[in-house]
Design a protein around this ligand. Structure first.
Ligand SMILES: [Zn+2]
Length: 252
């Protein structure tokens, strides 16, 4: 059986290392169920630096967890749990931002912990290359232009994510679980819109607790210098589009 463990430890893919490894080892005498984790195999948890990540680094962007290791990151576009159900980031697993935006994010997390010591910010997306915005735009091509713009940025204009100056995030509790914000991330509809919260509360579509959770997120982010938007509770800008474009330009 040891033979199988050794062979497996040399051959499995590194992207599996953050998950428990389950497999069956079989020989002439037994069939045994073995549970291993990355630590027991002495394998680094860090995925390799891929092409997209190299592009971010070359543009001077920083890994937000290097600025604040207590931040949680779960890049939704590096999974199929997103609105187009496609992994468009591939091997990118870390969130990058311009240093100025990452510094503000670190301060927001500090302000959060001052209010709620066991909570932490959970980042869903940071810098996003324009090539990915083009994919989103194309996937929404069945909609008329003005409806498309409700969901995704026109790549000709660009999203502030394309300059490394916007972040999508929520708050995680002491167990790392996201707080109830009333909708999931990237929910396309009025329920996600901060501008409608008072009416949605009145109509019984959002609870007071859900709105308070959103307000906590907005409070710590705006205190740190981010601005919120009226249509998505999870999105925050570190700079205006014009300033971000002038200062940094597109990440293609
Ligand atoms: Zn966003």
């Amino acid at each position: 059986m040891l033979f199988f463990v050794l062979i497996f430890s040399f051959t499995f893919s590194p992207e599996l290392t953050d998950k428990p490894l389950l497999f069956w080892a079989k020989n002439d005498f037994c069939c045994e169920h073995i549970h291993l984790d990355a630590a027991s195999l002495n394998v680094s948890q860090q995925p390799p630096v891929g092409a997209l990540e190299k592009k971010f680094i070359a543009r001077g962007l920083v890994d937000v967890q290097k600025i604040d290791p207590s931040l949680l990151v779960e890049l939704k576009y590096s999974t199929t749990d997103n609105f187009i159900k496609e992994d468009v980031y591939g091997d990118l697993e870390r969130a990058y931002l311009q240093p100025l935006a990452a510094e503000k994010l670190k301060n927001a997390n500090r302000y959060l912990k001052q209010e709620k010591p066991k909570y932490t910010l959970l980042v869903y997306d940071g810098a996003r290359p324009r090539s990915v915005t083009k994919i989103f735009w194309q996937r929404m091509s069945h909609l008329p232009y003005n409806r498309r713009e409700d969901f995704v940025a026109d790549p000709a204009i660009g999203s502030i994510h394309n300059f490394g100056c916007a972040v999508d995030l929520t708050i995680a509790d002491e167990n790392g679980q996201p707080l109830d914000m009333g909708t999931i991330f990237d929910y396309f509809g009025q329920l996600a819109e901060p501008r409608r919260e008072a009416a949605l509360l009145k109509a019984g579509k959002l609870t007071r607790q859900q709105i308070e959770n959103r307000q906590l997120l907005r409070r710590v982010m705006t205190k740190a210098g981010y601005t919120s938007i009226q249509t998505e509770w999870w999105h925050f800008n570190a700079l205006s589009r014009a300033n971000a474009k002038a200062k940094y330009g597109f990440i293609e």
